[in-house]
Design a protein around this ligand. Structure first.
Ligand code: GLU
Length: 375
């Protein structure tokens, strides 16, 4: 059977576990060749690659046992250039450019940084590059660390509006019991819902199966995070011949279905934001464009009300002052005032820098129904 979700995916975040980065060039080449094939179908792909600590540890001749936090950070600093080099060389064979993006927990938890990181990843994809994300282990402190890249990858999937998160490691699926202890343990290929039964499988049997920091527990956590934003998650072996393409068949890997649609998750997030201090009043042309699902351009803005920062949710008012939508603004109130009513080229001159031409991107706008408009 085929998995329609795989063919339908427009943006995929692929997380590659540490053990795979040490498994040899052929493993990386197979992943890269599948990424290239998917890109040629128009799929946007972001890689989240682990392995900096594992590669750096060898480079610095650190012992095999537990490392202190400082030693791990030193290992990551020494290993990250090797890691990026492995991807660079493998993608260069296909004439594809890679780009390194190192994120920390505070970047993904602070909305302004979140928007900046999202804009950068999106620009890289528009320019045809493959972003290779990792945690910035060197500066992350213990309490401000992801520690495992499964959850980091889930946050990147949310950030980029991905519809599929693939977690590649040496674990090929979620099993009912530890397959090394119970050889006839069954793999579960489809997980419509993450309930206590599924969580308990990660808690014991599969816990020891993982190499690296992750293991099955963090994979299920990642699937829950991603699923809440409408993104499906697949857990699969990175050692397969076609680690990504094979996911088209439902006999490979474990597929976690999202708990809600991506559109509704985004809408909930935008309309659920409590403080909506500011507002922009738009002209009739912009109101019509918004009704058609278009972005809000500065030229359609007549007035900017209140104070807000880039990344805040603000109200969008129609020409009669009624709330017609809410959206996450790409500009602060001060900058929005500067460019209100301007065409994009003039806006750039007034601001002295160039950013996205939309004041609020269509993806960040939720239109308000008639009942809500009265609130
Ligand atoms: N950021 C860590 C590294 O690159 C990976 C953490 C993990 O194992 O998921 O080594």
């Amino acid at each position: 059977m085929m998995r329609p979700g795989f063919d339908a995916a427009r943006c995929i975040v692929v997380k590659v576990g540490s053990s795979l980065m040490q498994a040899g060039d052929a493993v990386i080449a197979a992943i890269v060749s599948d990424v290239v094939a998917l890109r040629s179908r128009g799929v946007r792909i972001i890689l989240v690659s682990s392995g900096a600590v594992a590669l750096g540890r060898i480079r610095l001749s650190l012992s095999a046992g537990d490392l202190s936090l400082e030693q791990k950070q030193a290992a990551a600093a020494a290993g990250q250039p090797l890691l990026i080099g492995l991807w660079e060389r493998a993608f260069a064979m296909h004439r594809v450019v890679t780009a390194q993006a190192l994120l920390t927990l505070d970047v993904t938890e602070d909305r302004r940084s979140w928007l900046n990181a999202r804009a950068t990843l999106s620009a890289l994809l528009d320019l045809g590059a493959v972003p290779v994300v990792n945690e910035n282990d060197t500066i992350a402190t213990d309490e401000l660390r992801y520690g495992d890249n499964d959850r980091l990858a889930a946050r990147v999937a949310q950030m980029s509006g991905a519809d599929l998160l693939v977690l590649l490691s040496d674990i090929d699926a979620l099993y009912e019991a530890d397959p090394r202890l119970t050889p006839d343990a069954r793999a579960i290929h489809d997980i419509p819902e993450i309930d206590d039964r599924i969580r308990s499988m990660a808690g014991d049997a599969n816990e020891r199966a993982g190499v690296g920091t992750g293991g099955m527990r963090t994979k299920i956590l990642a699937a829950e995070l991603a699923g809440g934003s409408g993104c499906a998650t697949a857990v699969a072996s990175g050692l397969a011949k076609n680690p990504l393409m094979s996911l088209a068949s439902d006999e490979h890997g474990s597929w976690f279905y999202p708990s809600r649609s991506s559109a509704s998750a985004r809408e909930r997030w935008i309309s659920g934001v409590v403080s909506q201090n500011g507002a922009v009043r738009v002209d009739a042309g912009a109101a019509t464009a918004l009704a058609l699902g278009k972005s809000l351009l500065p030229v359609g803005v007549q007035r900017v009300e209140g104070q807000f920062e880039r990344g805040e949710t603000i109200r969008i008012l129609g020409p009669d002052g009624q709330v017609i939508a809410r959206g996450v603004t790409a500009y602060s109130a001060a900058d929005a005032r500067l460019i209100a009513g301007c065409r994009s080229d003039e806006a750039e001159i007034r601001l002295g820098y160039r950013r996205s031409s939309a004041l609020i991107h269509a993806d960040d706008i939720v239109r308000t129904g008639p009942a809500e408009a009265a609130r």
